[in-house]
Design a binder for this molecule. Structure first.
Ligand SMILES: NC(=O)c1ccc[n+]([C@@H]2O[C@H](COP(=O)([O-])OP(=O)(O)OC[C@H]3O[C@@H](n4cnc5c(N)ncnc54)[C@H](OP(=O)(O)O)[C@@H]3O)[C@@H](O)[C@H]2O)c1
Length: 247
């Protein structure tokens, strides 16, 4: 199979970084765009990846997904340099809390802006390039917290981060709706739950190594897409085949 060009947002650390590492270990001939807010952090991440023995081509491109100009500039750079994109992994995300009523609106708005609106806008600017690929694929990094079924059935405990959970529920809907757009009929559009990973996001209180969190993405990108179509996927403990999560 020919090599693919894979762009990961927020790949300078955490699950995005681990996803790049895991995908490169699986398929070193693939090419990566490590997209991040600060180029310096991107270069430091590449150095770290080289220390881990990662040999794939890695291009660092700057993007703040909440900024329209930054997204347009990213898409122009990818178009000029590569002409197309094979895989987009929308990983950049925030989990914000508020301590007072006066902070509440801003917490909700910023969470929804980064985790939902910005993903829609990233897809919007990059989908023309993904449609030029014969294997165009989008993976949105969601959370089990988004599942209305798991939450309402009591399988998940209550959360203080309601804005975060509902942003990921909205992200799932975005995934479903974008997959229905006629122009996207040849794209695979999926959403995943990486599980509770040890990252800065949760002050490293997660139970999983981010590399384990990345396993579901690796499996979806390296499996027969007819087995794992548009849907919401996770990898259960000790398994190596993704399973569907109820919406
Ligand atoms: N950790 C978990 O247990 C867990 C569980 C389920 C889902 N997730 C999801 O996994 C994804 C990655 O989370 P993580 O745990 O790896 O968190 P993390 O370590 O905090 O990393 C978040 C990444 O997103 C980037 N980012 C945030 N806002 C951005 C923006 N406006 N533009 C560009 N990049 C931006 C951050 O960049 P900076 O370094 O510049 O801040 C960072 O690279 C998120 O979508 C999160 O919701 C995480």
């Amino acid at each position: 199979m020919s090599s693919r060009l894979i762009l990961i947002t927020g790949a300078n650390r955490g699950i995005g970084f681990a996803t790049l590492q895991a995908l490169s270990l699986k398929s070193p001939t693939d090419n990566f765009i490590l997209a991040c807010r600060q180029k310096e952090k991107g270069f430091e991440a590449v150095e770290q990846l080289r220390d881990f023995g990662i040999q794939s081509e890695i291009d660092v491109l700057e993007v703040d997904v909440t900024c329209d100009y930054s997204l347009i500039s990213l898409a122009e750079k990818v178009k000029t340099k590569y002409g197309k994109l094979d895989v987009l992994i929308n990983n950049a995300g925030v989990g914000l809390f508020h301590d007072s009523f006066s902070e509440m609106r801003s917490t909700y708005n910023r969470t929804l802006d980064t985790n939902v609106t910005s993903v829609a806008m990233t897809i919007e600017v990059l989908s023309p390039l993904l449609r030029r690929s014969s294997r165009g694929q989008i993976i949105n990094v969601s959370s089990a917290r988004s599942s209305l079924e798991l939450s309402s059935s009591g399988k998940l405990p209550p959360t203080k981060a309601i804005a975060y959970s509902l942003s990921k529920t909205a992200l799932n809907m975005l995934t479903v709706e974008y997959a229905k757009i006629p122009e996207n009929k040849d794209l695979i559009i999926q959403t995943v739950s990486p599980g509770h990973c040890k990252t800065a996001f949760n002050n490293y209180r997660g139970t999983k190594d981010p590399l384990d969190g990345a396993k579901v993405i690796v499996a979806l990108l390296h499996s027969d897409t007819s087995m794992f179509g548009n849907g919401f996927w996770q990898m259960e403990e000790g398994e190596d085949v993704p399973v569907k999560i109820p919406w």
